[in-house]
Design a binder for this molecule. Structure first.
Ligand code: GRF
Length: 201
């Protein structure tokens, strides 16, 4: 049975788009169900339309935090996902969702975790002066960007590279490892043991 995927995104949605393309091309065998966004102006809504994927807007501004989280959980539950893909979703998922969907929520982060979790990861890495950064896909746990790591890709930070250059270079790698990660998940190839994820290839 193809896995039912619910996407969460807050903005541009370039990762969402790349994954949807791979699903359309059948490189990823999955059943995309919906996109949920907290941002009524998010470009990812246009992309959902393009792919005829149903989308739901849960505007963060309209609810107190607790109620937002409850509504989000209701929306997700309704779609009965086998996998939730956080593709640039800018809200921290509440523990109730995380524990209900343990090892079923995958996020991408634009640094080599555990370095530089949280916001503005590219800026953090660039200003720290590290020589390598990159991106990480991981299962979501109760912390911020702390869950078991699935895949990583490296981007060297060369002299004179600006933060913008770094961000662009990382995004190229994101578009490679995120769909791969989703593909492996959909093929039941990711084995989790404690903090460690092994991919059976
Ligand atoms: C990406 O840099 C991703 O790593 C981070 O949010 C950004 C989303 O970009 N979590 P996009 O919306 O997929 O273009």
């Amino acid at each position: 049975m193809e896995k039912r995927i619910v996407f969460l995104a807050s903005g541009r949605g370039s990762n969402f788009q790349v994954i949807m393309e791979k699903i359309k091309e059948k490189q990823i065998k999955a059943n995309p169900i919906s996109l949920i966004t907290d941002n009524p102006d998010a470009f990812c809504l246009e992309t959902a339309k393009k792919f005829n994927l149903s989308s739901r807007i849960l505007s963060y501004k309209n609810y107190p935090k607790l109620e937002f989280n409850e509504k989000l959980e209701e929306l997700i539950d309704k779609d009965k996902p086998d996998l939730i893909v956080a593709a640039g979703f800018m809200k921290i998922l509440p523990n109730s969702i995380v524990s209900k969907y343990r090892y079923k929520i995958i996020n991408i982060h634009p640094s080599l975790l555990p370095s530089f979790p949280g916001l503005h990861a590219q800026q953090q890495a660039h200003s720290y002066g590290v020589k390598f950064s990159g991106c990480t896909t991981h299962f979501v746990d109760e912390g911020v960007d702390t869950g078991p790591i699935i895949m990583q890709e490296i981007v060297p930070i060369v002299p004179n590279m600006t933060e913008e250059d770094l961000t662009k270079a990382i995004l190229v790698k994101e578009h490679q490892i995120f769909p791969k990660t989703i593909q492996y998940f959909c093929e039941d190839k990711i084995v989790v043991s404690g903090r460690k994820c092994n991919i059976k290839i």
